[in-house]
Design a protein. Structure first.
Length: 239
């Protein structure tokens, strides 16, 4: 993202014009600009994508329909936040949002690339432990899967396999549960009269309030507002 800011542009491509592909008619498009250092730091675990030669070669990829639907869903969520003119997020929330915008495109590219050789020095159990340790030292801030892959220099496929084999869930689900637990801790110690649950959820990477509430209730068996109202007696707001 140029100058560390996301760049969103809406427009239409005329029929027959070439813009990384040939479009048959009008098409709405999204342009995201990234500096090469930022791009490299987010793709350190993906050898093919971290190679600058990859980005200097013109090619066309076809996105799997399931991945395409997921991309669209995530981008609609992010766009709804921008259109609602939410106040400027914290640096941690902004970084998570930036990674959430880029990740669907990375996932689409990864699905089209050949499988890379496994890194033998990482067993599945060790990789899961390293991930847990990384999240533990993040001081409660939201951690995105792209950050884990870059920090541990491991591909998304390898990380997913390690979690599936060791814990029976994917790394994205694991990181979501950690973020939900962090939110629960915040709600239990905050004054409900002075706390907007939607703002807290957004700070921890949940851009869609209704989806966050569904995740929360499924995991904890209660609504976020129930947690907020039932904070232990004797805990007072510092405001």
């Amino acid at each position: 993202m140029v100058a560390r800011r996301a760049t969103w542009r809406r427009g239409h491509i005329p029929a027959g014009a070439e813009f990384d592909a040939i479009h048959c008619g009008r098409a709405v498009y999204l342009v995201i600009s990234l500096s090469l250092p930022e791009l490299s730091s987010m793709l350190a675990g993906e050898d093919h994508l971290a190679d600058s030669a990859f980005w200097n070669t013109k090619r066309v990829f076809r996105t799997d329909p399931l991945i395409a639907n997921k991309m669209l869903e995530q981008l609609i969520d992010v766009n709804s936040i921008i259109e609602r003119n939410i106040a400027a997020p914290s640096a941690h929330a902004a970084d998570f949002l930036k990674r959430s915008i880029i990740e669907p495109f990375v996932a689409s590219l990864v699905s089209n690339l050949p499988r890379e050789a496994e890194r033998p020095f990482y067993t599945g159990a060790r990789l899961v432990t390293e991930t847990e340790n990384y999240v533990d030292t993040a001081d409660g801030r939201p951690v995105h899967i792209s950050e884990i892959c870059s920090a541990l220099k491991v591909s998304r496929r390898s990380l997913h396999r390690a979690f599936a084999d060791t814990m029976g869930i994917g790394p994205v689900s694991y990181l979501r549960l950690r973020r939900l637990s962090a939110i629960r801790s915040v709600l239990r110690r905050s004054d409900p009269a002075a706390t907007l649950i939607g703002d807290v959820a957004f700070e921890y990477g949940f851009s869609q309030p209704s989806r966050f509430a569904a995740y929360y209730r499924s995991h904890f068996g209660e609504k976020p507002s129930d947690t907020s109202r039932s904070r232990p007696m004797g805990i007072r707001s510092q405001n």
